[in-house]
Design a protein around this ligand. Structure first.
Ligand code: GLA
Length: 394
């Protein structure tokens, strides 16, 4: 069997495919095409809803939307991801459309609620195409939201658009996620990782170019569906909030910033599960700081160790890994990765591995062999670089 790879394509190709899809769906020319990337988080997992620090990169894989404004109030959205949906501004609030259409409908609603939608908004036709695999934990939903939001509010502040997209996802699509994915899609910079401080919303860019150092970042999609709406994610989030309440702090960022005293306070939490959840958050925030320092000095060996330590903490203390992710990570390490970890929400989805260029094929072969031995799905792979944020293509 050949290796499954999920490929990105050039902006020109993506724009052409989106415009074609628009013509097929609506029989007309679009006004323009916008795109937003998926992401992998390098480190800083399950901390964005605890006021923590995360470090994602934008993927070369993007969702593009071809749009044309309307004047009759109709909103029509089309995608291979699900059935067509037509509605009006009154139909797009919380609890209205469900399935995939809740994401684009939610964006229109959230932009309207936050005053970012043009006052003369008269409806829109939108056709989506994507190279971000769905359900692979690579933020296909944020890519969809952010592409449409930028198309509808191209001059708005990107942080404000990101906030609106988070509202769309939380309040209309019903996925209680933090803000990392939308920030990555809108505020990243090519060649760099995005350091997001979720407590303040501040972002900065940390150079991330492993290729210049003979290394590659390999994404391993375990092809095990990852679901954010099935309650596991919400449970983890609730545990993190409960730990903060018990410690009498607004968020776990507070003990994380207190160094040893903070770690000590977390150890004193009576409940074992809460203690382990909180320990992950505190130690992960510390690892992000160390990872930034390592990248600033191009110390990829140290950076790799931090990735692997993050995975261990997510697997043991936060308990969001699964056999498929553990197998992908182990395989990469056996093949000579400097570090590897699950990325995103977990419970399926994708892992990342930092590998010497000449070890990539070996890592792919090892991951496939071990998956087959354990009767797990045959994974899919992509070698990725830190890519461009949301943008207009046409
Ligand atoms: C999902 C969410 C993010 C973040 C990660 C875990 O991707 O959408 O907000 O919480 O899980 O780090």
């Amino acid at each position: 069997m050949t290796v499954r790879r999920f490929e990105a394509c050039s902006d020109a190709e993506l724009a052409a495919v989106a415009a074609d899809s628009f013509r097929r769906e609506f029989g007309d020319e679009p006004d323009g095409v916008w795109a937003a990337p998926g992401r992998v988080n390098l480190i800083g997992e399950h901390v964005d809803y605890a006021g923590g620090l995360c470090l994602p990169i934008a993927l070369p894989h993007s969702t593009a939307v071809a749009v044309a404004r309307r004047t009759d109030g109709l909103i029509r959205v089309r995608s291979a991801a699900g059935p067509p949906w037509d509605g009006r501004l009154d139909d797009v609030g919380p609890g209205r459309p469900d399935g995939w259409a809740s994401y684009p409908a939610g964006v229109v609603w959230a932009l309207h609620e936050s005053g970012l939608l043009a006052a003369d908004f008269g409806g829109v036709d939108a056709a989506f195409v994507s190279t971000v695999p769905i359900g692979a934990g690579l933020s296909s939903s944020a890519a969809l939201e952010c592409s449409l939001a930028l198309a509808l509010a191209p001059d708005a502040d990107r942080a404000a658009i990101a906030t609106a997209c988070v509202r769309a996802e939380n309040e209309v699509a019903g996925a209680p996620t933090g803000g990392m994915d939308q920030a990555a899609a809108l505020q990243s910079s090519e060649g760099s990782a995005l350091l997001l401080d979720s407590a303040s919303g501040a972002v900065s860019h940390v150079p991330f170019d492993p290729r210049a150092h003979g290394l590659e970042l390999l994404v391993i999609d375990t092809r095990t569906p990852h679901r954010l709406v099935d309650g596991w994610y919400a449970q983890r989030r609730a545990a993190v909030a409960a730990a903060a309440r018990r410690l009498g702090v607004a968020s776990l960022r507070v003990p994380a910033d207190r160094g040893r005293d903070g770690t000590g306070a977390v150890r004193s939490l009576g409940d074992d599960v809460l203690r382990r959840r909180a320990s992950h958050v505190i130690s992960e925030i510390a690892r992000v700081r160390l990872a930034v320092t390592a990248l600033e000095s191009a110390d990829f060996a140290e950076f790799g160790r931090l990735l692997s330590a993050s995975h261990r903490s997510l697997a043991r203390d936060f308990e969001v890994s699964c056999p498929e992710l553990d197998s992908a990570v182990e395989s990469a390490l056996i093949a000579g990765a400097l570090g590897a970890r699950m990325t995103g929400g977990g419970f399926g989805g994708s892992a990342i591995a930092l590998l010497p260029t000449d070890k990539v094929d070996d890592a792919i072969a090892t991951a496939r062999r071990r998956a087959a031995q354990r009767r797990l799905p045959d994974p899919a792979f992509a070698v990725v670089a830190a890519s461009a944020p949301a943008r207009r293509l046409l």
